[in-house]
Design a protein around this ligand. Sequence first.
Ligand SMILES: Cc1cc2nc3c(=O)[nH]c(=O)nc-3n(C[C@H](O)[C@H](O)[C@H](O)COP(=O)(O)OP(=O)(O)OC[C@H]3O[C@@H](n4cnc5c(N)ncnc54)[C@H](O)[C@@H]3O)c2cc1C
Length: 376
Amino acid sequence: MTMVHTHYKVVIAGGGPAGAALAIHLLQAGIGPVLIAEAEEYTARRAGESIPSAATPLLAKLGIPVADMLTHHHPSQGIQACWGSDTPAHRTYTTPGWHLSRPAFDSQLARAAGKQGATLLQNTRVFGAKSEMGVWQLCLHGEHARICTADFVVDATGRKAYLAEAQGATRRVDHHLLGYYAWLPADTQSPVTLIEAVENGWWYMAALPGQKAAVAFMTHPETGRRLEVQKPEDWYDLLLQTTTIKKHLLSHSRPEKISVHAAHSQELDKKAGFSDSLNGWLACGDAASAYDPLSGQGITKALETSAWACHAIRDYFSGRYEGLETYNYLLKGTYRNYHTLRRQYYREEGRWPHADFWQQVHEYTPSISHLTPLTL
Ligand SMILES: Cc1cc2nc3c(=O)[nH]c(=O)nc-3n(C[C@H](O)[C@H](O)[C@H](O)COP(=O)(O)OP(=O)(O)OC[C@H]3O[C@@H](n4cnc5c(N)ncnc54)[C@H](O)[C@@H]3O)c2cc1C
């Protein structure tokens, strides 16, 4: 019989890759019971479908071996990019990365957390959290509405960083960027992620299981509005102006709907801390810091840093409260490194110096005299 807890050692708001991975790490470290409250179900399409080979060993540690990945996802052999030149550059992974079915992937991780003993409540949103007399009180809304208590809370709610903001942390947005997405019938023979820079932004295509591909146009909000890319016909006209990506479309590829996703870089000024009554909290995954999809690192970073979050929480429960400050410090440094790399990548594209998109990207980007070569 499953025991129902109303008090948890840790409550995690958000059951995306970061929240589920952290739950697994915590339970593997003997910290529990753990509750994951996830606002949705793992059925809707989500942006973010390409992960590099570096993610594979991280997933194996979390209980998802290659054999399980193969049942739902396509191996990806690397990246092909038209960036800085019309001639595609190739980067081949030494071991395969993955083109993900995101609903299946998020659900696989959540199930792995369940196997370790986490309680997962889907369609259940953490609506409020306040700490009083040494304990967090959390108000859950939705299918499993209830009040529960916890010793520690984690914000894994993605870019909105809902709980961390309520604790006084501030989101710093660095580069405004939107992803205009469609999932199209496509020739999915290409086992690489395609990237192509164009005058008004850049395109991305990842072949997914089931003869479909995720195709996205990334641009600034103003450019997106000016070009009216939210209209399927205008989006599609722009897609047909690409040189490599359009070659992978099937003839009946025109989308019915374009979905728009925030894709800016951001970080919280404070990623972990204490409530007024000195209960611990931290943010992980995109809630702590979110990367430009050009990096292709969002999910891998979420998996990797969830292990750091687990260390910080373990330290907290052992009375080593400075672990939360170390976590802040580590994530800040990682975000700084990401920023430098992002600047370098965008600097590699100089074909449209007068286009609004590239001017804005480069104006924000201080000139760097000695660039390391683009690793795509
Ligand atoms: C356009 C675009 C393209 C991208 N492409 C890639 C890519 O190719 N490769 C890559 O690695 N990354 C990519 N990313 C980034 C990647 O999607 C994220 O880094 C990753 O999803 C972060 O995982 P997370 O668990 O932190 O957040 P999320 O995946 O956002 O999960 C947060 C979860 O919290 C839930 N939630 C929100 N509020 C509440 C609440 N109050 N209570 C309970 N639950 C709540 C949400 O329903 C969601 O399931 C892309 C992102 C965008 C926007």
